[in-house]
Design a protein around this ligand. Structure first.
Ligand SMILES: Nc1ncnc2c1ncn2[C@@H]1O[C@H](COP(=O)(O)OP(=O)(O)OP(=O)(O)O)[C@@H](O)[C@H]1O
Length: 258
């Protein structure tokens, strides 16, 4: 498998100690790759650097062979590299379906000249977006709450909606940051199933930060362990689980898995 994301020798400090320290890793196209590590290891910082929300002090990030360090988060989004975010506050007053319909970038309706000069174009585009949103809401199993305000959805339903929002664009790589947090077990099963289906049926590549090890074990291969801002080891979940260095990094010297 070829790699779709390549992080090469990235460094980042926030005026104090180096948080990301000569970090290099690659994510294979079509994989669901896990990114784990103790608290403060730098996982979210690395996500921000890959997504374009934070500039590295040095080093490079390639997406599908292209060096993307100079691209904004928005430009990366339009190329299909995106991360899920909590539903923004203002969107909690929109229905689940409307939340999906808000996602497509550059909607002609946003441009007043289009509304005046090409109303037919705007209408056709809106119909297409609505049809897609209806497909997506069915796919993620939220059809029964499509007219519910997003703010009234449960934590797990909001996560499913976040995942659905990635389907309104032509996503290729989705960065998931602790998507299982606060989700009940039943909806977690739906979430995992949808991630697997998006991977299998739509060719999405996922990079997943997760503290829930059951979820990592179920979903991810390979798993990358980050400690103190650089990659300690990469392998299958079983290789990681039995690696004494990983156990020590998580639990301290002398710890065992028993
Ligand atoms: N904007 C910032 N300014 C200063 N320090 C920061 C900033 N962002 C992150 N840090 C520091 O960088 C370190 C790594 O944080 P980061 O959130 O990337 O780790 P993490 O591995 O995602 O941790 P966790 O698993 O606890 O979420 C922490 O010590 C944090 O305090």
């Amino acid at each position: 498998m070829s790699s779709i994301i390549e992080v090469s020798h990235v460094y980042k400090a926030f005026g104090g100690p180096t948080i990301i320290n000569d970090c290099s890793l690659s994510v294979a196209e079509g994989s669901i790759t896990g990114l784990i590590g103790p608290n403060g290891a730098g996982k979210s910082t690395l996500f921000n650097i890959i997504a374009g929300n934070l500039a590295p002090d040095s080093g490079q990030v390639h997406f599908d062979g292209e060096e993307i360090s100079s691209l904004s988060a928005d430009q990366r989004f339009h190329r299909g590299l995106l991360r899920t975010f909590q539903i923004a506050h203002e969107f909690t007053h929109l229905t689940a379906l409307e939340n999906l319909m808000m996602v497509p970038p550059n909607q002609p309706g946003e441009n007043l000249f289009h509304t005046w000069l090409k109303p037919g174009l705007v209408q056709a585009r809106e119909q297409k977006v609505r049809a897609r949103a209806l497909e997506v809401i069915d796919f993620i199993g939220l059809d029964h709450v499509r007219n519910e305000l997003a703010g009234n959805l449960s934590g797990g339903q909001k996560k499913l909606l976040e995942l659905g929002r990635t389907m309104m664009t032509d996503a290729r790589v989705v960065l998931l940051d602790e998507i299982a947090a606060g989700v009940n077990r039943t909806l977690l099963v739906d979430l995992v199933r949808n991630i697997e289906r998006l991977n299998r049926e739509h060719g999405y590549t996922f990079l997943v930060i997760e503290h829930d090890m059951d979820m990592i074990a179920r979903l991810c291969d390979p798993v990358i362990v980050l400690t103190q801002g650089s990659v300690m080891v990469e392998g299958s979940i079983d290789e990681i689980r039995n690696n004494p260095d990983v156990i020590e990094a998580y639990f301290g010297a002398g710890a065992t898995t028993d």
